[in-house]
Design a protein around this ligand. Sequence first.
Ligand code: SR1
Ligand code: MG
Length: 447
Amino acid sequence: MPDTTSDNRTTGPAAIAGGTGRFTGGPDYRPLNEQSVPAFVAAIESCVATLGGQQADWTVREVGDGNLNLVFIVEGPSGGLVVKQALPYVRLVGDSWPLPLDRSYFEYQAMSVQSRHAPSLLPRLHHFDPGQAAIVMELLSPHIILRKGLVAGKTYPRLASAIGTFLAETLFNTSDLAMPAAAKKGLLADFAHNTELCKITEDLVFTDPYRFADLNRWTTPQLDETAAAFRADSAAKIAAQEMKWKFLTAGEALIHGDLHTGSIMVTEDDTRVIDPEFAFIGPMGFDIGAVIGNLFLAYAAQAGHETRVGERDAYRAWLRQTVGAVWREFSNRFQALWSEKAAGDAYVAELFDDAGGRAALRARQSRFMADLLADSLGFGGAKMIRRILGLAHVEDIESIGNPDRRAAVEKRALAFGRLIMVERRAFGDIDAVCDAAADLLDGKETS
Ligand code: SR1
Ligand code: MG
């Protein structure tokens, strides 16, 4: 790990590691379990106050259903908490795939930054224990994981506005449009060591779906030919590698890094973003694309969930509207922030302080948003493809029990994902993308 002790930051890796070269996971680190969580929480004064009562009054459930971590819900007479602890390996695969506990540190740091810019859109942070690689946060109730709501066909009227706002506030405010260069470079340095988590994305999203990889899986034999076609598809491989290049090189803003519909918790009225352990300074379109791509996966999956043809047409229409509204909310708010709050070293406002300059800047903003939409589509398409041909799949599609029906959904989602990735610059606006979804993703088969 590079020496970070000579810089002048007061927070970040140098401060927390205390020169140990590690950010989390002390000698006493042990994976928690339902028996050991109460004693862990009892040592944190503010948590005791939230739960109320005594240790003996608290109930603990392990509820983690993600790919990486342990997640415990602790409930007491006065309230509840969530304890999220990193495991030293990938939970989905097992201890044959070690993974640094440091991701817990990056998750906590990212949540802290995001909470400053979008405070109502995250769970409240209670405590971070670097030694146990554990974060204690607000228990969101009665929220559910958005992905589960989308499988059930539930609508969320405030989702698009909340997610568009989250994207605009977190991405703008951590970019060079809002931050002076030295501060932005400090942020870059703080997250620069989240390399193993980035490597997962680099391999699993941009490379493995297009080659033989040990952990790849797909619905077989139905998708065998389709998977082979992707391995031979030079246009798709070039597009995926163009997106990978951008992911590796574009330090635009602090991105969440894994903003799929499993990282969003919802009620009808409330939306919260969780799980930014993949955070780093990367391309803004990666987060926007994650939202869009996962909403389109949910869209494609509706054909596998309806019990009669057309049953979920209205729901499909809501999903299309939601994709459009996420982009529009994001785009409008991002441009408003740019016009009103630009304090960074990029596009110095003083240079455009006359009528001609203002018009030129507006034109540039418009091109900037068009480029960002193209990036978002490229990333969104890559993310759709990886969830069907790669290691980690999504419940939207996995919950379609009949393999023929599932494969039909997957083929449509792959064709659409490929289209928006390869042809990402050809869509004039988000409505054209949603129209293409209506043409390619609907499907009309039931069994
Ligand atoms: C090995 S981890 C697989 C996936 O789970 C996470 O949610 C990320 O999306 C990662 O790519
Ligand atoms: Mg996650």
